[in-house]
Design a protein around this ligand. Structure first.
Ligand SMILES: Nc1ncnc2c1ncn2[C@@H]1O[C@H](COP(=O)(O)OP(=O)(O)OP(=O)(O)O)[C@@H](O)[C@H]1O
Ligand SMILES: [Mg+2]
Length: 253
C-alpha cells in the first residue's frame, strides 16, 4: 500500500487551475521528486498534502486514511511534516526556541492544557527540550543552539527549518526547495542529510526542487508537473530524457 495516495486532486484559484486532476502515489520509504517550471503547481500540491490549503476537488489518503479535510495539526499528529519554500522562522528567537515553538504550533498544546495539566506539561517540556537538542545535533546546528535564527546564514536557516519539521517525528516529510540559495557544498550536505533520514529513520520524502543535480542525486522517482498537470513520472534517468519534460522546461519553438 502506498503511504500517500493522491486521487484526481485539483485546485482552482478563481479561474486559474493551479493543479488539475493529479493522480500520484508516494511509496513507503521512497524519496519522490516533484519538479516542473515556475508556477507549475508544485508548492500547491505540497500545501494540499500538508493541509495549509484545501483542494477544490479530489482526495488525499495517508496510511489508508482519508485526510483530505484534516487541518494541518491533525496531519502533523498523523506524521506529516512540512519544510517551507521560504525560511519561516521566528527571527529573534534562538535555534532551540524555534524548534520548541514549531512543535507547540504543530501539537497545539493549548493554554487550557498548560493551566490545568501543569505537571504533564512540565514533563512534556523536558522531553521536548531533549528532542530539540537532538534535532539540532542531527542537522549539525548544535553549536548554534543559542544563536538567534535571524543571525544564522541562509544555509543554516534551511537546516533549522528541517530540524523544526523533524522534531514532530514525521513519517512523511514534505520539502519545498530544500537546497535553494545554497552553495555547492551546502547542497551536498543537505542531499546527504535527507538520504540519511530515509536510511536511518525510514522517513518518506516528497521533494520539490529546481536544482537538477540535487534532484538527480536524491530521488528514487520523479513526477513532473507543467501548468498543473502531471506530464511525466518515472526513474530520474528516463525523466531527463523525456521529450515532454525537455519541452516543458525549454518551450517548443
Ligand atoms: N494563494 C494563491 N492565490 C492565487 N493564485 C495562486 C495562489 N497560490 C498559487 N497560485 C498560482 O497557482 C499556480 C501554481 O503556483 P505554485 O506556487 O504551486 O507553483 P510552483 O510550481 O511551486 O512554482 P515555483 O517553482 O515558482 O515555486 C501559479 O500560477 C500561482 O501564481
Ligand atoms: Mg513553489
Amino acid at each position: 500500500m502506498p503511504l500517500v495516495e493522491i486521487h484526481r486532486l485539483s485546485k482552482f484559484f478563481g479561474g486559474l487551475a493551479a493543479v488539475t486532476e493529479l493522480n500520484l502515489d508516494v511509496m513507503q520509504g521512497e524519496i519522490l521528486g516533484l519538479i516542473g517550471p515556475n508556477g507549475a503547481g508544485k508548492t500547491t500540491v505540497l500545501n494540499m498534502v500538508g493541509g495549509t490549503i484545501f483542494p477544490s476537488r479530489g482526495k488525499i489518503i495517508f496510511n489508508g486514511e482519508d485526510i483530505t479535510n484534516f487541518p494541518p495539526y491533525r496531519r502533523a499528529q498523523r506524521g506529516i511534516a512540512r519544510v517551507f519554500q521560504e525560511n519561516l522562522l521566528f527571527g529573534n528567537f534562538t535555534a532551540l526556541e524555534n524548534i520548541r515553538l514549531g512543535f507547540h504550533l504543530h501539537s497545539r498544546m493549548g493554554f487550557a492544557e498548560k493551566l490545568f495539566n501543569r505537571q504533564s506539561t512540565r514533563n512534556k517540556e523536558k522531553v521536548w527540550l531533549g528532542k530539540a537538542f537532538q534535532m539540532l545535533e542531527y542537522v549539525g546546528l548544535v553549536e548554534h543552539t543559542a544563536t538567534a535564527a535571524i543571525n544564522l546564514p541562509h544555509g543554516k536557516q534551511r537546516l533549522l527549518g528541517l530540524a523544526i519539521a523533524l522534531a514532530t517525528q514525521p513519517q512523511l516529510l514534505l520539502l519545498d526547495e530544500p537546497v535553494s540559495g545554497m552553495n555547492a557544498e551546502e547542497v551536498e550536505g543537505m542531499v546527504a542529510l535527507i538520504k540519511m533520514l530515509r536510511e536511518k529513520r525510514g522517513i518518506t520524502c516528497v521533494v520539490v526542487e529546481h536544482n537538477m543535480r540535487a534532484v538527480m542525486g536524491l530521488c528514487d522517482r520523479i513526477a513532473v508537473l507543467n501548468f498543473g498537470e502531471k506530464i511525466a513520472e518515472g526513474l530520474p534517468r528516463t525523466i531527463v530524457e523525456s521529450k515532454a519534460v525537455v519541452e516543458a522546461y525549454l518551450g517548443t519553438e
